[in-house]
Design a protein. Structure first.
Length: 199
């Protein structure tokens, strides 16, 4: 039975970037480290523009994909061992659990106790109903610096919308996602979209 504590970092340094770098390199996940640094810088810049905490936003970026070291085939076992409810969408596509599992790892082993940081990490893929501006900051940063080789097709429109509001930028991405790339509709995503469209 796979458990979360198999994924404890071997070393914790005073500097979170160094801890995260060593951790990803240990699992040969250099590409996730690069993506995480880019998302961290982007989240910090967005936070500064929207009067949010840039230091905490940087940390959300660094840690949001920390559970990328867990193979997808172990995610359901880990979630069951923790005793948490698993949505049917997460059963079908266990990769969806990576957002919550990154948050558990951040709290358990990376010294993160700020509920706002843990919340943003836990919903960075699907968003969630009543998402805060801080949740949306990481969500948008992750979509601007998406982890695919080609540039994000919605990027110009999203960046223009971001000049108006975080919500407008979220809507650009969600419209693109539903039209082009939705593999399965997670209940948090559905609720977040409905809420944003009504607002
Ligand atoms: Fe992610
Ligand atoms: Fe990401």
């Amino acid at each position: 039975m796979a458990t979360l504590n198999e994924y404890q970092p071997k070393e914790i340094f005073p500097n979170l970037i160094q801890t995260v770098e060593k951790y990803f390199f240990e699992y040969n996940k250099q590409e996730i480290f690069k993506h995480s640094c880019e998302v961290a810088e982007t989240a910090k810049a967005i936070a500064a523009d929207f009067n949010l905490n840039p230091t905490a936003a940087f940390e959300t970026g660094l840690l949001h994909d920390i559970s990328g070291v867990i193979p997808n085939e172990k995610r359901l076992q880990i979630e069951n061992a923790l005793g948490y409810t698993i949505h049917p969408a997460e059963k079908t596509l266990p990769m969806l659990l990576h957002q919550k599992q990154s948050s558990y790892l951040a709290e358990a082993y990376f010294n993160i106790s700020n509920p706002a940081t843990l919340s943003a990490i836990a919903c960075h893929t699907t968003l969630k109903p009543s998402a805060t501006p801080f949740d949306k900051c990481l969500f948008i940063a992750d979509k601007i610096k998406w982890d695919r080789p080609q540039p994000a097709p919605y990027l110009t429109e999203l960046e223009a919308a971001l000049k108006n509001s975080l919500d407008a930028a979220c809507i650009v991405y969600l419209d693109w996602l539903y039209a082009n790339d939705l593999k399965i509709e997670h209940p948090w995503l559905k609720a977040a979209k409905e809420e944003l469209i009504k607002a």
